[in-house]
Write a protein that binds this ligand. Sequence first.
Ligand SMILES: Cc1cc2nc3c(=O)[nH]c(=O)nc-3n(C[C@H](O)[C@H](O)[C@H](O)COP(=O)(O)OP(=O)(O)OC[C@H]3O[C@@H](n4cnc5c(N)ncnc54)[C@H](O)[C@@H]3O)c2cc1C
Length: 210
Amino acid sequence: MEKAENSSLQEYFGKEHQLIRKAVREFVKKEILPNINEWEEACLFPRELYPKMADLGFLGIGYPEELGGTPGDLFMKIVYTEEMMRSGSAGLVAGIGSLDIALPPLVRHGTPEQKERFVKPVLAGKRIAALGITEPGGGSDVANIKTTAVLDGNDYIVNGSKTFITSGVRADQLTTAVRTGGEGYGGISFLVIESSTPGYAVGKKLQKTG
Ligand SMILES: Cc1cc2nc3c(=O)[nH]c(=O)nc-3n(C[C@H](O)[C@H](O)[C@H](O)COP(=O)(O)OP(=O)(O)OC[C@H]3O[C@@H](n4cnc5c(N)ncnc54)[C@H](O)[C@@H]3O)c2cc1C
């Protein structure tokens, strides 16, 4: 903290950033560090961490307040992440942070009903969200994804599989890249698929935290 206060970056880190820094640092010290070795061994951290962090406003940093977010700029997020990394577990930080890749498309393009259903409960720590893009056939070439979604009445029938999904084994909802149109990136859409959907199945858990 001293370094940031005395550097040319000082102008970006004001009093509010310092308050969050202190709060996250204390949280990591009290709630995470005493347990992190055990959680790393188990490749899993408790779900209870999400509501605890939501109550402190950490999960919602930068999201609209009307969706349960906490006012804050990018530097607030940086401060939060720097302090979370004091846990020494990138897996834990990425696991908690999967909402930050799963929610932005919904916040930007979702309907009010979708935001109510899929954004608010995640920022409240009640549901876990993940982003499903990468497939066993490859991750870099997103334009070539193979998972298909075909409209059948009021439902989409989805066929395909995803891999390396952060929080994938226990996510309640997956913001999923699917092919609803023709070839290339123009044929790709996002569907939010709930893990309770018939036919949704989680394969083997990879040897990693988060
Ligand atoms: C810790 C972790 C967390 C992840 N979390 C998620 C997640 O939450 N959701 C999700 O969807 N995915 C996730 N991924 C997957 C990640 O996005 C993919 O691993 C990544 O996109 C690369 O895909 P790939 O592993 O299939 O490698 P490939 O696409 O098969 O690439 C293999 C190698 O070839 C290189 N390569 C590929 N194409 C080219 C090219 N055209 N020119 C030159 N070189 C090329 C790549 O750089 C790489 O070195 C995660 C991965 C990791 C490791």
